[in-house]
Design a protein around this ligand. Structure first.
Ligand SMILES: [Zn+2]
Length: 233
């Protein structure tokens, strides 16, 4: 049984080598980097969008306040015209109108500041969209190149996976499950020989209970430290 597993592991090693080659390729790195850039740009667009929304909200609020003051000034102006000869009463109106007008001035300044800020955001937005379009084109290009590399390995990968699938039929199910689990956790090789009293995988000395199981060729036990399958050569 161990012999079959070792053959299986050897074949699987070829598949791992291809996976590693693909993962470490420049094509994959370029693709990953551009993917990150596009996602960063999207995040920035969303942030700008939120900032613009806040500016619009402030603008509308200030605009509402300005309209209210203008209405108040108009009302006071109208009322002041109905004041008779009372200087005091007239002064009251003038003072209040002046106060409102100075409030109006600062609010209008605030409005123009908000308009300017919105224009700036708009420029930033256009620039970002332009950049986004450019890197999206680059991303598509990098993706195509990576897919090309991937498909250049397709036949090789298929031949190996087909071979693995046919080998699996003869393997012990439980051990195969353990194998696949460890492989998916990037523990490889999964089957390692006993070297002296130690596990070849992690170098740890095996406990007596494990050593007791490992008597003759083909005997195997799980390493309590790295969980690889230690066998007797
Ligand atoms: Zn170990």
């Amino acid at each position: 049984m161990i012999k079959l597993f070792l053959d299986y592991q050897d074949t699987d090693k070829q598949l791992l080598a291809i996976e590693k080659e693909l993962k470490g390729s420049q094509e994959r790195k370029d693709y990953a980097l551009l993917k990150k850039s596009v996602s960063d740009a999207n995040e920035q667009v969303q942030k700008l969008d939120r900032e613009c929304e806040e500016l619009i909200h402030s603008y509308n609020k200030t605009k509402g306040a300005v309209d209210k003051i203008i209405a108040d000034v108009n009302e006071l102006t109208e009322e002041s015209q109905n004041v008779g000869d009372s200087v005091e009463e007239y002064d009251f109106y003038i003072k209040n109108i002046d106060k409102l007008l100075s409030q109006l001035e600062s609010m209008e300044q605030e409005l123009s500041r908000l308009v300017k800020a919105m224009e700036e955001k708009r420029k930033e937005f256009d620039k970002l969209m332009d950049y986004g379009r450019k890197i999206t084109v680059k991303l598509r290009d990098a993706q195509a190149k990576y897919r090309e590399l991937e498909s250049s390995k397709k036949d090789e990968v298929k031949a190996i996976t087909d071979k693995l699938a046919s080998m699996e039929k003869q393997l012990d199910e439980t051990l195969l499950k353990t194998y696949k689990q460890l492989r998916s956790m990037k523990t490889f090789p999964v089957f390692v020989p006993r070297i002296g009293d130690s596990c070849r995988g992690c170098g740890m000395e095996l406990p007596q209970t494990s050593l007791h199981v490992l008597q003759s060729a083909g005997d195997h036990v799980e390493c309590p430290n790295c969980h690889r399958i230690v066998y007797v050569d």
